[in-house]
Design a protein. Structure first.
Length: 358
């Protein structure tokens, strides 16, 4: 995080180059999953490690209809990051056409890619044998799956058990390198774009003066280093948390899922009112009629609202798990109180300044 912050603070060109490398590494990783899964299917005579079932999930946590609906928030979370590139629209070549096309293309790729990947994991991984282990969590599941993919390929090629295990380890290692490049590329965008939208898109008086200062490269370097410090604290807590590190990571994910998707609800509700304003310059328009605007708004509001509601109440209803529910609710509450405190401080200072001027 320190290196990412140091390089990103040097300018947007550095971010663009490294993000491209991360994107390519993710594409290669998905290509490996596709090709190896097809090879395993052929070698095993079309046999799946996990029985194909489009109705019932092998995960015991998602057996009921309510649990399935609660999973929608994870599906929405899959698109997390698309909104972050909105802060870079002014850096895009011919944004009137390319930016809108890029968003649509990304949404299609994510939809097909996630669905296909989930299906293909059933070729090499059985839930009961591989994923039901208590050591598997939302942080390491990618490496567990890729190790299983390599081992299954080795077994399909009739290698010895030791050789198949070694192949699985190397699949996990290559995945680690690819994910490192991918996450690094994502960090370079996420470490800057949200800060630009939050700090440079709001009144300067809302923030401490040091946070709004730009360096010679036009980057909010001070704010980026403050953010880096906070993230490093969380990383240290997870890394040295002992037996509770996995549980802590899962709680952070639960907090982030609801906290990240809930703002979409407010943005979507505001969208029709934004479209109704006539005195605004709009470089490009996707929803060109009132009907399409209202239809898109209704669909998104219903999906996001019900996804968040079911995500919060599902652990309580089905497992009496108040702990997870409170963590999910605690995320939005904490950040809302923080935002209200920042705004109230800004309002008081603005009022005091107006009185002094008068």
């Amino acid at each position: 995080m320190v290196v990412v912050t140091l390089v990103a603070s040097k300018g947007i060109n550095k971010i663009a180059r490294i993000t491209a490398v991360g994107g390519i590494s993710v594409m290669c990783l998905n290509l490996v999953l596709l090709l190896v899964s097809i090879a395993i299917l052929c070698l095993n005579g079309g046999h799946f490690a996990q029985e194909v079932n489009f109705v019932s999930s092998p995960n015991p946590s998602y057996q009921s209809g309510l649990a399935m609906l609660s999973f929608v928030v994870f599906a929405i979370f899959a698109y997390g990051g698309i909104e972050a590139v909105g802060g870079l629209v002014d850096k895009t070549e011919n944004p009137e056409k390319n930016f809108a096309k890029g968003i649509i293309f990304a949404a299609i790729v994510i939809s097909i890619g996630y669905s296909l990947a989930i299906f293909l994991w059933g070729v090499s991984t059985n839930w009961q044998q591989v994923l039901s282990n208590n050591t598997t969590n939302l942080g390491n599941i990618t490496y567990v799956l890729m190790k299983s993919l390599g081992m299954t390929l080795g077994q399909a090629m009739n290698l010895t058990p030791d050789a198949a295990a070694v192949m699985g380890v190397w699949f996990a290692r290559i995945t680690g390198l690819s994910m490192f490049l991918a996450y690094t590329g994502a960090f370079f965008t996420l470490i800057y774009s949200p800060l630009k939208a939050i700090i440079q898109g709001t009144p300067r008086a809302l923030w401490p003066a040091r946070m709004t200062q730009l360096n010679t490269a036009g980057m909010p370097a001070n704010a980026m280093w403050m953010q880096c410090l906070l993230v490093c604290v969380f990383i240290l807590l997870v890394s040295f948390g002992g037996d509770t590190a996995s549980a802590f990571y899962n709680k952070l994910t639960l907090m982030a899922n609801v906290s990240m998707t809930l703002p979409y609800l407010f943005l979507t509700l505001a969208f029709p009112f934004f479209k109704a304003k006539q005195d605004l310059e709009r470089p490009f328009v996707i929803f060109k009629t009132r009907v399409t605007t209202l239809l898109a708004t209704t669909v998104v509001v219903l999906v996001v609202a019900f996804a968040n509601i079911f995500t919060v109440i599902q652990p309580v209803i089905e497992a009496n798990d108040w702990n997870s529910a409170l963590w999910m609710v605690g995320g939005p509450i904490f950040f809302s109180l923080l935002a209200m405190g920042i705004y109230e401080n800004y309002r008081r200072r603005s009022t005091a300044f107006a009185v002094n001027v008068a």
